[in-house]
Ligand binder design. Structure first.
Ligand code: NAD
Ligand code: UDP
Length: 351
């Protein structure tokens, strides 16, 4: 079976994608610095995917290292060729993702996200591996009057994190243009991934105080945080709170498998695809669904709007549905149930 390199495979989205890929029979090299994850994650991935007849333990190799280490990257690709099993594709999750931190420390973000990606592409080119699926983000889109954002929406990231994502997309476009008959590239623009694997073995494990809504909700529900603060109740939406397109992380993970297999099967190309459900949910709707599905109550209060927020972001996902034959099927209840199961089984995350 094909061997793939998964950068950032110990992280939230990467680990769920490893589960999907291993179940499909791929062999994985996972490269992760563990600057925002725990090596234990891969043991859990093996536990989920292994069964008595076919253990996956020999199909996933964890390498602790940083993308900015060019020698390490070159060694991974050259060792694979030497073993007669070259890396045939890369799914590139590794990167830093906090909007706040990127504003405080842009140099770190440009170095890790952009220089790291340059190194990766350099090694891929050198060792004739030219298939890559990149973790981009809906955060690259600027303000739009459309209710559903297609891939052709205006691009205008508002913070250094978003700028680095756009920079890597531009880099990939230039690399593609330099040899369009060689490169197979997919920029996957994620909307709001939440939830966890239904086993409760893997999930989102943010360091410190979560910035994003869903992990904050699960931590308040678990009593780790006193209450949820909802930023703004006067937005131009039905209930006055912001609307986002939440997508179950396992649906997102399956989108990666399909994008990779589409690239490997088709002619060289570059595609930009939105991965979202196309459904909008307000903050209050998410809180209420979480409470009712899990039969609990959680304290929350309203505060003023958060700087930089926009009232509504929903994907036009028609391109991903048709190009990949992708069917994101898990609903908001599934996201709330699975996310809560992960939190209750792992009150301190992977510690
Ligand atoms: P995560 O932090 O859980 O995973 C990223 C992984 O990359 C971590 O395990 C981290 O240790 C590793 N890493 C970071 N920098 C590295 C480096 N220089 N070298 C090697 N490893 C490194 O984040 P996630 O939520 O799984 O996100 C994965 C990717 O998707 C990121 O690139 C992120 O920007 C992008 N993304 C995430 C979201 C989201 O809401 N989670 C939305 C849009 C895009
Ligand atoms: N949000 C909130 N309280 C929090 C975190 C987020 O009310 O503690 C709101 C935020 O203002 C936004 C929505 O929840 O309207 C989703 O925020 P998140 O940071 O998860 O995603 P993003 O805004 O980056 O899409």
């Amino acid at each position: 079976m094909k061997r793939l390199l998964i950068t950032g495979g110990s992280g939230f989205i990467g680990s769920h994608t490893c589960v999907v890929l291993l179940k499909q029979g791929y062999e994985l090299y996972v490269l992760d610095s563990h600057c925002n994850s725990h090596p234990k994650v891969i043991d859990r991935v093996v536990k989920i995917t292994g069964d008595e007849e076919s253990s996956t333990i020999n199909k996933v190799f964890l390498i602790e290292g940083d993308l900015r280490d060019q020698n390490l990257l070159n060694k991974l690709f050259s060792d694979s060729i030497y073993q007669g099993k070259p890396i045939e594709g890369v799914i590139h999750f590794a990167g830093l993702k906090s909007v706040q931190e990127s504003t405080a420390n842009p140099l770190l973000y440009w170095d890790s996200n952009v220089n790291g990606s340059i190194n990766l592409l350099r090694s891929m080119d050198q060792f004739d591996c030219r298939t890559i699926v990149f973790s981009s983000s809906a955060t690259i889109y600027g303000a739009s009057k459309k209710s559903f954002l297609p891939e052709t929406s205006p691009i205008n990231p508002l913070n250094p994190y978003g700028q680095t994502k756009l920079a890597v997309e531009k880099l990939l476009r230039d690399v593609f243009k330099s040899s369009p008959n060689k490169w197979r590239i997919s920029n996957l623009r994620y909307f709001n991934p939440i939830g966890a694997h239904s086993s409760g073995e893997i999930g989102e494990d943010p360091l410190g105080i979560p910035n994003n809504l869903f992990p904050f909700i699960t931590q308040v529900a678990a009593g780790r945080r006193e209450k949820l603060t909802i930023f703004g109740k006067d937005w131009p939406t039905l209930d006055g709170t912001c609307i986002r397109d939440y997508i179950h992380v396992m649906d997102l993970a399956e989108g990666h498998l399909l994008a990779l297999e589409c690239l490997l099967a088709e002619e060289p190309q570059l595609m930009n695809l939105n991965l979202g459900t196309g459904l909008g949910t307000s903050v209050l709707e998410l809180v209420n669904t979480f409470q009712s599905v899990n039969n609990l109550e959680m304290p929350y209060e309203f505060a003023s709007r958060r700087k930089g927020d926009v009232p509504q972001i929903i994907a036009d996902n028609s391109m991903a549905l048709s190009r990949l034959h992708w069917n994101p099927s898990r609903n908001l209840e599934d996201m709330c149930r699975d996310g809560w199961k992960w939190q209750t089984l792992n009150p301190k995350g992977y510690l």
